[in-house]
Design a protein around this ligand. Structure first.
Ligand code: 4NP
Length: 147
């Protein structure tokens, strides 16, 4: 799961999918990272933690890290939150870029629509709830599509 900061959206996506994978008894390895390096080592945003916990998902033990070229070799699927993230993943992975592995997470729900998960960084708590709901639906679809 990849966003810009690995502080707001992708930690939620990681936490939600990990929760569902545990419930489904799947052995998938889930992780998240940011294309930017502004918050390396930090916990997820307080509002991401709060909204996740409100929905029974604990993400407080996650630590921000930056996306690396190796990630595209390590992981079978990489879901990005928006088109900027997609372009950054392309830029970072250079010759290792593999378009079959990388896609917008909301294309799982709305194939071909190229919808983006809005960045709640400058928003209010309501925006984090909106993001949580979008990601929850997308993660249900990921389980359905890939199990
Ligand atoms: P995220 O949100 O990409 O959902 O983690 C952001 C977090 C931090 C910044 C931008 C977006 N920032 O500019 O520090």
């Amino acid at each position: 799961m990849v966003c810009l900061g690995n502080i707001c959206r992708s930690p939620l996506a990681e936490g939600i999918l990990q929760h569902k994978v545990n419930e489904a008894g799947l052995d998938w390895v889930i992780d998240s990272a940011g294309t930017g390096g502004y918050h390396i080592g930090e916990q997820p945003h307080k509002l991401s933690q709060k909204v996740a916990l409100h929905n029974g998902v604990d993400i407080c033990n996650q630590k921000c890290r930056q996306f690396t070229k190796e990630d595209i070799k390590m992981f079978d699927r990489i879901f990005v939150m928006d088109l900027d993230n997609l372009n950054e993943v392309k830029r970072i992975t250079k010759d290792a870029w593999n378009e079959k592995k990388v896609s917008l997470i909301l294309n799982e729900l709305y194939p071909g629509k190229n919808r983006e998960v809005p960045d709640p960084w400058y928003g209010t708590e309501k925006d984090y709830h909106i993001v949580f709901e979008m990601l929850e639906k997308a993660c249900d679809k990921i389980i359905e599509n890939y199990r």
